[in-house]
Design a binder for this molecule. Structure first.
Ligand SMILES: NC(=O)c1ccc[n+]([C@@H]2O[C@H](COP(=O)([O-])OP(=O)(O)OC[C@H]3O[C@@H](n4cnc5c(N)ncnc54)[C@H](O)[C@@H]3O)[C@@H](O)[C@H]2O)c1
Ligand SMILES: N[C@H](C(=O)O)[C@H](O)COP(=O)(O)O
Length: 321
């Protein structure tokens, strides 16, 4: 199987150091090529240039294969350099081209700093998810976060809380449910996925006493898809969806906004959570954390989430063979 492409992410963040830690920890099972500028890697890193992803098979286990991408400036941990922002974006686009050309089996993205990319490169997307959809030419993708105990999907993602009710449409909810179900079948081997749908308002609107979206937007979609055979529950009060007994009743929780989904999973298992983008024509995973400028370059960063992202991408690629 062709290797994964790992994008370097923001070189001022913890991406370079966790990539090296993942390469060392996984050894012969690393199965990825790091796309970036080795000048940003920790001094003690063991790495080797390759000219193409397939050459990674000839690199000694524990040594990280590097596909070179030129960056204008060295990296200062914790201090993003605007002059590097353009190259951070280029690396993502180059990784997509490589996977679309069949040179790689999927993409694992190291963290970017959204604000830094906006400042340094006028990056107009809220994050990888939206940018990758644009590069792939698809209208809708779904962000799912996964750990051993829970899978969550935010229907709306990187928008202000005040804008959520207006963006929470029946069409968006239906597409999110359908894309999520299809991926759970294809990529996670769940024959008949059970999806728990959260309400938007406290107590799922309390029969309309605390908001109308649950009854007017969410319920009609859930009932219609349930009649078509989808295994759905909800809209449920979100505050009682995530304890262990509740989690045992479903395969994924569909939440109405970013933090309604991400708080529970990053509370349950921040160290091993994985962000996977559903609906792309290629595999993409990512750690569930960001650039962590506050600890970058101090050898404090935990590579577990990146390792879990690598393993999930490899599992998905194996299933799709
Ligand atoms: N997939 C991604 O590219 C991604 C994911 C999340 C956040 N971000 C971006 O990263 C930037 C910073 O975001 P943030 O501060 O909200 O979250 P963050 O995850 O970067 O950091 C939050 C806290 O968790 C700690 N932390 C994060 N990863 C860690 C690791 N691997 N090991 C040990 N400690 C770790 C950090 O030190 C910090 O104290 C923002 O621009 C955000 O949008 C990107
Ligand atoms: N919302 C994700 C999280 O908090 O982990 C992360 O920001 C995803 O961003 P991307 O679209 O860049 O993967």
């Amino acid at each position: 199987m062709t290797p994964l492409i790992m994008t370097c992410g923001d070189p001022a963040g913890i991406g370079p150091e966790i990539a090296v830690k993942a390469s060392q920890a996984l050894g012969a099972k690393a199965g990825f090529v790091w796309l970036g500028d080795p000048a940003h890697l920790p001094d003690a890193a063991q790495w080797e240039f390759v000219d193409a992803p397939l050459e990674a098979q000839h690199v000694r286990p524990g040594v990280m294969p590097v596909l070179y991408h030129k960056f204008p400036a060295l990296a200062r941990p914790g201090k993003p350099d605007p002059s590097n922002a353009g190259a951070v974006v280029e690396v993502i686009a180059r990784a997509v081209k490589l996977v679309q050309a069949g040179a790689a089996s999927g993409i694992v993205t190291c963290p970017i700093n959204k604000a830094a990319l906006q400042t340094g490169a006028g990056f107009g997307f809220p994050g990888h998810t939206e940018y990758l959809a644009d590069l792939a030419g698809v209208d809708r993708v779904v962000m799912m976060l996964v750990c051993r105990e829970l899978r969550v999907v935010p229907v709306t993602i990187h928008i202000a809380l005040k804008d959520v009710p207006g963006r929470l449409t029946a069409a968006l909810l239906k597409e999110t449910l359908c894309i999520t179900r299809a991926s759970l079948i294809r990529d996670f081997g769940i024959a008949e996925p059970k999806l728990a749908v959260a309400g938007l308002n406290p107590h799922a609107g309390e029969s309309g006493l605390m908001g109308q979206e649950d009854a007017e937007v969410i319920t009609p979609v859930v009932e219609r898809l349930r009649q078509q055979g989808m295994k759905l529950s909800g809209p449920l009060p979100a505050d009682t969806m995530f304890h262990s007994a509740a989690r045992a009743k479903y395969d994924a929780a569909i939440c109405m906004y970013h933090d309604q989904a991400l708080i529970p999973i990053k509370t349950i298992d921040f160290a091993n959570g994985v962000n996977v983008t559903l609906g792309l024509p290629f595999i993409r995973t990512s750690p569930d954390h960001g650039t962590a400028y506050d600890i970058a370059g101090q050898n404090k960063a935990d590579a577990s989430s990146l390792i879990a992202a690598i393993r999930l991408a490899q599992d998905m690629a194996e299933r799709r063979r």
